[in-house]
Structures are given as structure tokens and as C-alpha cells.
Design a protein. Structure first.
Length: 600
RNA sequence: GCACCCGUAGCUCAACUGGAUAGAGUACCAGAUUUCGGCUCUGGGGGUUGAGGGUUCGACUCCUUCCGGGUGCGCCA
């Protein structure tokens, strides 16, 4: 439909003013509610070719369109805005095109042409020294949703993560556990593995601070004391031992990481995210180290007097960056070089590698991509940093030291509990088993968090208001889930009453209501929105779309009755419209990683 | 200090990449069910888009100078 209008406008410009504009370059926008019409074409830019004022230009084009383009029934021009009305028959035809009779899930709406591109999306990638928190939730939901969106848009997508299982941070937890742990295990204490290891990371920090304070009373400057605290030196020693594969250290490292992985897996399962392949820093840092040495030989990097290895990016407007410490151990950058290489080896023909990482690391990735380019990998230009803003709380920044971090496990549990009390108030799930009810509460609680975190433009810093996020009204996940449940109820009733749309005769549908036209238009937007969301890596586009769709449906629902409609064909049509709306909500929410219930 | 990002209704967010009188939600006020799920729907007030200047038919959007906030510039990851 849009194509036909664009073609028509292109033809009109050519015929009237001998001006060439490819149909694809015709910019159409939806007509504002207060004006009559469906699509609007802005004529200001073309007044110079028509040699008429914008309004007259609009009138001329409009007249041409009504005469020559079948789908266009009328037009009006306000200043330089040409508002185009679509004939009812064409609108219905557009619906028939989307609607696929019995098998709605196979609707042409949801079919995207394969792009032939292979994309790897990295997300999550936690450190293994503490449990996941609210910030990780945004990361996981964003990366997972972008993966789903890219896949739906026709790409071959692989979800991966790099597990930061080595480094000084895990050594700190290990050391504190040795010193203060008295052999505590998740089994014995009943504490989730990641929480247990996190507990010792905190214990390390506490001991470290005490030592620093102690040194300062002995006359050390703060900076100096922070470098000389015995427990820190011990942790650094441990890291060196780890890199030389000291058996005792290695065994402890494997044990404690094992606890963390068990804990993480439980959390991932609750979150509803998964991965096609896992990478471990402990595997990739060696590859990175080799490539750094190679780069040194080739003269891409240089060695300082103390033996540390650096890259000089002053020519690119950046500064010098460390790649290997003087003691030969690796840094963050070292292993990231190795990880990137491994991925391009693992996925031959990879077209794009997306890193879902917070915006505080923008500089890091800028440097990483430059280094890869300097090393001669031309695929470096296909690496992309999907950068997102931090999550703030009403009280301000999350700070682990001040105990204001919102724990992921706890938050998900609380939201499910809230969903429980809300649902029980409503009393619509009689007949559910305890198990079914439990699943529903988790679906609603999780939907609320996911939607809340994904509806905001990823690039922007956002505020997570716990009180507001558990509200189930307004622009929220549960509102959309509710709408789906409501439509499902309609479809169940239609089924009971034997109202089927299998044999609907669309030729006999006429005089449809504005609400119905709005709904058809909204449904037709799906492919466009998906495309934009994929191009901009933004689930927020989908969230906005599905919210608008739900609102449109609720308006339609409030205005028009289905089962009291005496015209049987119109009744069938409304059921069909409801069915396709339900499916579109389901698919769209699916792109956000949110499931929708039939009853709630 | 240097670099990048952000600033829109009381609050949380939109605005189709330069288009009409800047829209939603929330909160507040007033309404709606002899109807299929009221976690719904309708209406109302609420704005100098941080400030000034520039570009043009037209600016929240682009350029520029300020102001305010954030992040980065670790032999941390």
C-alpha cells in the first residue's frame, strides 16, 4: 500500500513538474490525528520545481493521485501538507494481505526476507566475583532482545558471552575465602554460589580498607597505602601463581568459579536468557598475548624500558595504552584482542560482531577496534559497540559500598510476589493449579522488569523506580500482557459461540469504524518498526509500537461490541482483527523476550 | 585539564532522523459498564524543548558560545 502511494507521488512529480524522485525516496508520514487522512506528504521542498506555492502544489499532486492511483480516494491540503485518504476497500485489502486465515502465526507480517548476514551478539559477560545486579539485567535484556530482533529481521544470529573468570577480582574473593571462610560451601550454608563468592569479595574489601587505614596511621600517604596493603600484595601474588598454573591456586579457582556458574545459571534461567556459545577469558587471554607479541615483532607495538608493552595511539588522537604488564601478565585489553580473534575464527564469514557493554567502556572499545585494525584485521570495521547508559535509582547511583545495589535475584522474586497479590485481587485465574499460578506470577513479574528496562532508548541513562516498576498500569509490560489476556478471552468466547473467521467473506465487510481502520494501520506498521529497531539496535522502538497497538485495541474494545453486533460478517471481521492483534502483540513482546498469558 | 554523552510537562519517557498547534504515561480534577475481563476507556489543566546566537520556507533535531549533570582518560576488569 505504502509502495503504491510512493509510486503514485513519484509519477505525479514526473508528470506534473518533470521532476525525478525515486519512489523509495518519497518521504511519507502518518497524518496527525486532528486532520483527515492516513498518510501525509510534505510539499514544501517541491514548490521550487512546481513554481507554485506549497498549498497549490499539494492540490495538484493530490488531484493527480486521486485520478491515477487506485488506493487513494481523497485528499486535502493544509499549508504545505498533503493529506492522503485511503479508500476503505484498500484498507480492507491491506488487512486481508496481512491476515492469513486459520494460521495466523504464518501471517506475512512476521516474515522477513533473509539478509544472508551472520551476526554475533555478545552480552552479559559478568565478572565471576559477585552476583548479578540491576545493571546486568539491563545488559542481558538488551543484548537478548537485540538478538531476537536481528533474527526476526532475517539475520543468522549467534548469542555469546565472555566470562571474565580470571584476573585480580576473583583472586580477591579466593584469598578472602581462604583467610576467613572456614571452608564454607554453598551446600553447607544454603547460600547461592555467586552470592557466597560475592560475600568474600566484600570481606576482602573490608580487610583491605582496615589495612590501608592502619598503614595511614603509621604515616603512609593514602595512595601509597593503597598500593602496599599486605592483603592486596598477596592477591597480586596469587594472580601470578594462577597465570603460571600453580596447582593449588588453580584448583581453588576452579572450585569457586564452579559455584559462581551454578548460581549464574539459575539466574539466567529465571531471566529467560541463554547463549549459543560461551567464551572464557582464561582461554582467550593467551591468544591475545601471542598476538601482542606478534604485533611487537611487526613493530605495531613497542616495549618500554621496564618490559611492559604498549600501543601508541597518539596519531589517532588518543594516548598510549598498556597491553602487557612488565611482569608479563595480561590486562583486560589483552584478552579482548584474543576473544575477537577467536570469534572470527569460529564464525567464518561473520559480518558483524556486536558488543553489548555499558557506555563507561566506550573508550576501551574505540581503542580495541583501532588495535585490531593496526594488527591488519580488516574485519575490525565490522565490530560494533552497543553502548547503553547506566541505571540509576531514585536515591542516586548504585554503589556496592553503600549497599544500594539492587540484586537481580531478589528483584525478580519481589516482582513475582507483587504480581501474585495483584492477580489474586483480580480473581480471574480460578482453576489454575498452584504450579500454573506460580508460572504466571513469574511471567508477569519478569515482564514488568523487562519492559521497564527496554522501553527506554538504550543509549540513555535511565532511572529505575522500584515503586513505579511494580505498577501494572500505564506504559508497562503487565498492561500489554493484560490486553493480550483480554483478547484471548474474546477468542475463547468466539470459539464457544461458534464464531469463526475461516469462512469470512471480506467482500461483504463495509462501513468499518475509524477505530478499526486505526487498528489495521497500526498492525501494518509492524514490519517497518522491526526494520528500524534492527537498524538502530533499539528494543525501545518495539516497546513503543506494541504499547501503541495495545492502546489502539483497548479503544476499539471500549467503542465497539463484538458479540452484540448483528451483522455476522462484521462480527467475524472483528474477531479476525482481534486474533491478528493478539498475535502481533505476542510476537512483538517475544522480541523483547517477554511472554504473554492467555489468562491472568 | 582534555575527550565523549545527556538536558523536553511536577516526575518517568516519546517525537518516524529537518515538518503542521512538541506527544504518551504517571500524579491531580471530572466523567463512562442494562456490553464480550474496570489492571480498561473518555475529557481537563500542566511547556520560552537548560540559555543566547546562527543556518532556512520550517529547528527538540544541524552549527556555535555559555550553563548544569554524567562518563572516560588505571600495570582494575
Amino acid at each position: 500500500m505504502e509502495e503504491q502511494i510512493k509510486q503514485g507521488i513519484s509519477d505525479a512529480l514526473k508528470a506534473l513538474y518533470s521532476y525525478d524522485l525515486a519512489p523509495n525516496d518519497v518521504a511519507l508520514q502518518p497524518t496527525r490525528k486532528e486532520f483527515e487522512g492516513t498518510y501525509t506528504f510534505v510539499t514544501f521542498p517541491y514548490a521550487r520545481f512546481s513554481k507554485k506555492n506549497p498549498e497549490e502544489t499539494g492540490n495538484q499532486i493530490g488531484t493527480f493521485l486521486v485520478e491515477n492511483t487506485e488506493v487513494i480516494s481523497a485528499f486535502n491540503t493544509v499549508k504545505g501538507f498533503l493529506n492522503i485518504s485511503i479508500s476503505e476497500a484498500s484498507q480492507l485489502q491491506s488487512f486481508v494481505g496481512m491476515f492469513n486465515g486459520k494460521d495466523i502465526s504464518a501471517s506475512s507480517l512476521f516474515k522477513a526476507k533473509p539478509t544472508g548476514r551472520t551476526v554475533v551478539v555478545e552480552y552479559s559477560s559478568p565478572n565471576t566475583n559477585k552476583p548479578l545486579h540491576l545493571g546486568h539485567l539491563r545488559n542481558n535484556f538488551l543484548g537478548n532482545s537485540v538478538s531476537r530482533i536481528l533474527k526476526a529481521a532475517g539475520n543468522d544470529v549467534h548469542k555469546v558471552q565472555i566470562i571474565n573468570d580470571r584476573g585480580i577480582h576473583i583472586c580477591k574473593s579466593m584469598l578472602a575465602w581462604l583467610k576467613f571462610g572456614e571452608g564454607e560451601t554453598p551446600e553447607a550454608s544454603g547460600l547461592k554460589g555467586d552470592h557466597l563468592v560475592g560475600k568474600y569479595y566484600v570481606a576482602f574489601d573490608k580487610a583491605f580498607k582496615l589495612e590501608v587505614a592502619d598503614l595511614m596511621t603509621k604515616g603512609f600517604q593514602k595512595e601509597h597505602a593503597e598500593k602496599e596493603a599486605p592483603i592486596l600484595l598477596e592477591a597480586q601474588e596469587m594472580l601470578k601463581k594462577w597465570e603460571s598454573k600453580d596447582p593449588e591456586v588453580y584448583a581453588l579457582w576452579e572450585k569457586m568459579n564452579g559455584w559462581v556458574y551454578d548460581g549464574f545459571n539459575t539466574t539466567y534461567e529465571k531471566m529467560g536468557v541463554d547463549f549459543d556459545q560461551l567464551y572464557y577469558e582464561s582461554d582467550t587471554y593467551l591468544i591475545g598475548r601471542d598476538r601482542v607479541m606478534e604485533g611487537l615483532e611487526k613493530g605495531v607495538f613497542f616495549k618500554k624500558e621496564d618490559g611492559s608493552i604498549w600501543v601508541d595511539l597518539t596519531g589517532e588522537g588518543l594516548d598510549e595504552k598498556l597491553l602487557l604488564r612488565k611482569d608479563g601478565t595480561s590486562v583486560y585489553m589483552t584478552q579482548d584482542i584474543g576473544t575477537a580473534l577467536m570469534r572470527f575464527d569460529d564464525y567464518p564469514g561473520l559480518n558483524q560482531l556486536i558488543y553489548t557493554v555499558g557506555n563507561e567502556q566506550e573508550y576501551h572499545f574505540k581503542v580495541l577496534f583501532l588495535i585490531l585494525k593496526k594488527l591488519g584485521y580488516d574485519w575490525a570495521s565490522s565490530c560494533y559497540h552497543l553502548s547503553y547508559g547506566m541505571v540509576d535509582l531514585p536515591s542516586g547511583k548504585m554503589k556496592s559500598r553503600e549497599g544500594t545495589v539492587v540484586d537481580a535475584d531478589e528483584l525478580m522474586k519481589e516482582m513475582a510476589n507483587t504480581a501474585k497479590s495483584r492477580t489474586e485481587e483480580l480473581g480471574k485465574i480460578d482453576g489454575f493449579t498452584t504450579e500454573q499460578a506460580g508460572e504466571l506470577y513469574e511471567m508477569l513479574g519478569l515482564g514488568a522488569i523487562k519492559y521497564f528496562l527496554l522501553k527506554v532508548d538504550p543509549r540513555k541513562r535511565m532511572l529505575f523506580n522500584p515503586a513505579e516498576s511494580i505498577e501494572f498500569q500505564g506504559n508497562t509490560g503487565p498492561f500489554i500482557q493484560y490486553t493480550h489476556a483480554r483478547i484471548s478471552s474474546i477468542l475463547r468466547k468466539a470459539n464457544q459461540l461458534g464464531v469463526s473467521f475461516d469462512d469470512i467473506d471480506f467482500d461483504r465487510v463495509n462501513d468499518i469504524h475509524q477505530m478499526e481502520k486505526d487498528l489495521i494501520y497500526a498492525l501494518g506498521q509492524y514490519p517497518d518498526k522491526l526494520k528500524i529497531a534492527a537498524e538502530t539496535y533499539s528494543p525501545a522502538i518495539i516497546a513503543q509500537f506494541v504499547y501503541d497497538l495495545a492502546k489502539d485495541y483497548n479503544r476499539f474494545y471500549a467503542e465497539l461490541s463484538i458479540f452484540n453486533e448483528s451483522d455476522k460478517t462484521l462480527q467475524q471481521f472483528r474477531v479476525a482483527l482481534s486474533a491478528l492483534t493478539a498475535q502481533t502483540i505476542k510476537v512483538s513482546m517475544g522480541l523483547l523476550g517477554i511472554t504473554v498469558p492467555d489468562r491472568m
